[in-house]
Design a protein around this ligand. Structure first.
Ligand SMILES: NC(=O)c1ccc[n+]([C@@H]2O[C@H](COP(=O)([O-])OP(=O)(O)OC[C@H]3O[C@@H](n4cnc5c(N)ncnc54)[C@H](OP(=O)(O)O)[C@@H]3O)[C@@H](O)[C@H]2O)c1
Length: 238
């Protein structure tokens, strides 16, 4: 898909990876970028159209689809990470994690599939994780949500093939955003700008599974062996 002239909507675009996506899309010549955010007043990037959106609120999702009827690219970036395990973690937090990553992404896709179809097919990029393929003791609810989002990505790809919509997943590991810095301190992590460039290169070349770093590649390779977990503490420190 050509990004020059595209009309993109990025969820969670007020900060971190979402803001980087919006910025890079403008740099690549997108005609319009809807920077969707729970608090659109926090969108500070010149040249984008701020749009209110909470992906867990069906009315909010429907309202966004009504406004962004010209969208040709949907980037499901919004995410939460509550740091909860499955056996003894707060069940409300486990559900909240699935609400954003699984049901929120699904709600956006259901609302925007007809929009993309009417606009010639377009593309959907779901921002997944190396934890789509690895467990992570301490944040296993997030790993479950990202695994579900990976399967959702693959299912939706089949369902939307007929209308010509490219459905891609982006797989990568620890990246220096506000949330990850709070979690991982001074660990050496990806630069968010590098991940976003790799992701948009993948959309431009029609890649369905975009593996943007060595963490993604390692997790994919590990699938052929015994299931294992990711250990953040093994990252090197600055
Ligand atoms: N950073 C990493 O190491 C890493 C690695 C692999 C995958 N990922 C994935 O990459 C994506 C972005 O990560 P990030 O590190 O940039 O996250 P982040 O810094 O925590 O930012 C998350 C964004 O999602 C928004 N958001 C949360 N819940 C939402 C909702 N219900 N509706 C709409 N927006 C909502 C947040 O809005 P508020 O500002 O209102 O909270 C914020 O804009 C996520 O899907 C994450 O799982 C991240």
């Amino acid at each position: 898909m050509h990004l020059r002239g595209a009309t993109a909507l990025v969820t969670g675009a007020n900060r971190d990876l979402g803001r980087h996506f919006a910025e890079e899309l403008l740099r690549r010549g997108a005609a319009k970028v809807y920077a969707a955010a729970r608090r659109p007043e926090l969108v500070d990037l010149p040249g984008v159209e701020a749009l209110p959106l909470d992906v867990t609120d069906p009315a909010s999702v429907e309202a966004a689809a009504a406004v962004a009827g010209d969208a040709t690219l949907l980037i499901n970036n919004a995410g939460v990470s509550h740091g909860v395990n499955l056996v003894d973690g707060d069940l409300a937090k486990i559900r909240a994690t699935l609400d954003v990553h699984l049901y929120g992404t699904l709600a956006m896709i259901r609302a925007f599939a007809p929009v993309l179809g009417a606009n010639g097919g377009g593309a959907i990029l779901n921002v997944l994780s190396n934890l789509s393929w690895l467990s992570y003791d301490g944040n296993n609810a997030y790993a479950v949500a990202k695994a579900a989002e990976w399967s959702l990505t693959n299912g939706v790809r089949l369902e939307l093939a007929g209308q010509g919509t490219l459905v891609s997943g982006l797989v990568f590991g620890p990246t220096a955003t506000e949330t990850m810095r709070a979690h991982a301190g001074d660990a050496v992590m990806n630069d968010p700008a590098d991940i976003v460039r790799a992701a948009l290169d993948g959309i431009e070349t029609g890649t369905v599974e975009i593996i943007a770093d060595r963490f993604g590649a390692d997790a994919k390779a590990a699938l052929s062996g015994e299931p294992r977990g990711f250990v953040l503490e093994t990252l090197s420190r600055t």
